[in-house]
Write a protein of this length. Structure first.
Length: 689
């Protein structure tokens, strides 16, 4: 996704030599963190949203999928881990499953760990959820960049670490080469205003954000949370972790808070506790307290700014079965509750367990869960459970009738004990409430804070833990920034920086645009699911069935060398790689869209299919070729796209060969060119080995 933006709106802060360009932009925090961990950059270069880079992360974590990643690693021909210090292995997803096949998988992971000398950073079932282990042990640390083969890697942003997910092939690539490719997404700033009222939590903040800004406002963005010192000091670190965690459900690729005194004091408390795992990492603590933390440059540009007034928040709840629907809990006070959950990487840290225990205690001695209600609890890690047991929190929850589960994912992802049955209503402190995710598709799942979960379990209906009376209108505001606007660029190709080109890579790509005018074309529409698990499907067959479920006319209308252009969120749905390889088999070298599903985007580059994200082009084509009845799904336009890769400029010409659109796009780095030349990521890794 080479994200389009215009030079005329960029903020020039100083002149430096950068290839053919004499201008360098102010960097935001995300760009600085990526710059810190990027490798093989041209001398004196600075990177920005839209640029492709090769990144060597501080750490990479894999969980139960470590064995599939190991098989990919072996399939690449790799025999040694490039950098053992990067690798963290955890077991957390299916820990309640004692089947022979699952235990065999865990055994294979343990054996692989021993063979490659990874045992010091390998954690067993019951040790805790991988993201919590990353934070507790300093593998995710302020001012660093860490990744995991799990969508909730965003969590690390709560402690000032840029965390983002990678797919399994990426993880295997990092094991083998120490690096992976990434295109820096557009960055959105979320400006928090006012102070968080007492009794509310990070869950109330993120649930309200997901509900207020529910039009894909931050889809595939990185997010930076900002505010005054007074505002941010009212948000504890555990709440920041919850907020960062659920930026995933909001549609973002990361969500990060800058390092501040609140965070430093949080680490100081951990460092001074000799029983805490982090207390062994004095080197990290010294770095945190002695070095100036990274922060955005003055004048740094953001794709958009979203504002939320915390002082007007109350206890919020999301659902049913969607994070995009949120409202004050009091609006649902007549909703009966069957099951309550205090589990997962989102809200099962010590402060979360304590918040729930305090609700039971506040209702008086011997307060129990309501008749007919079941409540499940699981600590985020073995360390947290031990702390909860030592200070009495765990006992309070057990005495109230809660059912304990092992430290792991469990019901949050529909595994193990306590799933929702048909017709049941569940209120959960987890992060996802997709239909059927936590059990039956005929159940209703809601998301709320630990305090609301506990109060609802006590009453048997949706309830708040106290009589908080606050204005229910936090008044969300969106301001669109110039750097992400998709206007026609006034800059000329001569004004752009020259990209270093490999001799084998074409300097320009040109082709006629074939318009598939629909948003949310899913991977089943691109490559039918009935072929997904058929082995050895020929290239010719893949080309034949490409877009079969979208439009039967696609096959006869599209020729090799044509460029497919579609709407927004292209490639949503399952993670099947064939959605990308089928398009390549058809002879299409490039797909242009308003936006892409991130999984499809990564699968495309990993398989040597180029993508461009140009929302302005979609607007232009929809005005030129209106189709209100959606009768002509695929059409040849007579328009051509011209991508000058060397200059990072895209222009579009109409049937009269007149230029109708020009956009500056992110640079295609030499490393990414090499991946495409080698036929994808696996070929590139093999060449490196």
């Amino acid at each position: 996704m080479l994200r389009s933006f215009t030079y005329k709106s960029l903020n020039i802060v100083e002149k430096r030599q950068f290839s053919a360009s004499s201008y360098v932009l102010a960097q935001n925090l995300t760009e600085k963190l990526v710059q810190k961990y990027s490798v093989e950059l041209p001398p004196n270069s600075e990177i920005h949203s839209g640029d492709y880079v090769s990144v060597s992360p501080y750490h990479v974590m894999t969980h139960d999928n470590s064995w599939p990643v190991a098989l990919k690693f072996k399939g690449l021909g790799a025999t040694q881990i490039k950098n053992k210090d990067q690798v963290v292995l955890t077991i957390d997803h299916d820990v309640q499953n004692k089947s022979e096949s699952n235990l065999k998988k865990y055994s294979n992971i343990a054996k692989f760990s021993e063979e490659h000398g990874l045992h010091k950073k390998t954690y067993k079932a019951g040790d805790g959820i991988g993201h919590q282990i990353m934070i507790e042990n300093g593998y995710a640390f302020p001012g660093t960049l860490a990744v995991a083969s799990d969508s909730h890697s965003n969590t690390y942003g709560g402690i000032g670490c840029l965390g983002t997910p990678v797919v399994r092939t990426d993880a295997a690539c990092i094991w083998a080469t120490g690096q992976f490719w990434w295109q820096i997404p557009p960055v959105a700033k979320v400006e928090l205003i006012g102070k968080l009222p007492m009794g509310l939590s990070g869950k109330d903040i993120i649930v309200s954000l997901c509900g207020i800004f529910n039009k894909d406002d931050v889809l595939n963005h990185c997010i930076e949370f900002t505010g005054t010192e007074e505002t941010l000091s009212s948000i504890p670190v555990d709440s920041r972790l919850t907020i960062a965690n659920m930026t995933t459900e909001w549609g973002a690729l990361s969500g990060v808070f800058a390092v501040d005194e609140t965070l430093k004091n949080w680490y100081k408390e951990k460092y001074e506790d000799p029983t805490h795992p982090f207390s062994r990492r004095s080197d990290l603590y010294k770095e945190l307290t002695t070095k100036e933390p990274l922060k955005p440059d003055v004048g740094a540009k953001y794709a958009k700014t979203l504002k939320l007034d915390l002082s007007k928040l109350t206890h919020y709840i999301a659902g049913p079965n969607s994070v995009k629907i949120s409202q004050p809990v009091t609006n649902l006070s007549d909703m009966k509750v069957d099951k309550a959950y205090l589990v997962s990487c989102t809200n099962s840290r010590l402060s979360d367990l304590e918040a729930a225990a305090n609700v039971f205690t506040a209702h008086g001695p011997n307060t129990k869960i309501a008749d007919g209600v079941k409540m499940y609890i699981a600590a985020a890690s073995r360390t947290i459970q031990k702390q909860a047991e030592e200070n009495g929190i765990w006992t309070t929850l057990l005495d109230a009738g809660c059912t304990p589960l092992p430290s792991g994912c469990g019901p949050c992802i529909g595994l193990g004990t306590g799933l929702l049955e048909p017709g049941e209503v569940g209120v959960s402190a987890t992060n996802r409430n997709f239909k059927g995710r936590m059990g039956s598709k005929d159940a209703k799942a809601f998301l709320a804070s630990p305090a609301v979960v506990a109060a609802s379990a006590i009453k048997g209906y949706m309830a708040v833990p106290n009589d908080v009376k606050i204005d229910h209108d936090p008044t969300g505001i969106v301001e669109i920034g110039g750097a992400e606007e998709s206007e026609e660029s006034s800059s000329s190709p001569e004004a752009a920086a020259t990209v270093e080109m490999l001799p084998e890579f074409p300097k320009k790509i040109r082709g006629e645009l074939i318009f598939c005018d629909q948003d949310n074309i899913n991977t089943d529409g691109i490559y039918p699911g009935k072929y997904t698990y058929e082995d050895y499907v020929s290239k010719e067959k893949m080309a034949e069935v490409c877009m079969e479920n979208y439009d039967s006319n696609f096959q006869s209308l599209v020729n090799p060398g044509d460029i497919v252009v579609s709407g927004f969120n292209f490639g949503t749905g399952s993670s099947r790689e064939q959605a990308a390889t089928a398009i390549l088999a058809k002879g299409v070298p490039l797909v242009v869209a308003g936006s892409f599903s991130n999984i499809f985007f990564r699968n495309s580059i990993n398989n040597a299919l180029l993508t461009l994200e140009l929302p302005s082009l979609i607007k232009l084509l929809r005005e030129k070729f209106p189709d209100p009845d959606n009768k002509c799904l695929t059409r040849r336009t007579g328009y051509h796209i011209n991508w000058n890769i060397e200059k990072s400029i895209v222009s579009v010409t109409n049937e009269k060969d007149e230029v109708v659109l020009t956009n500056k796009v992110g640079s295609l780095s030499k490393n990414l060119q090499e991946i495409i030349i080698k036929g994808g990521l696996e070929g590139w890794v093999k060449s490196k080995l």
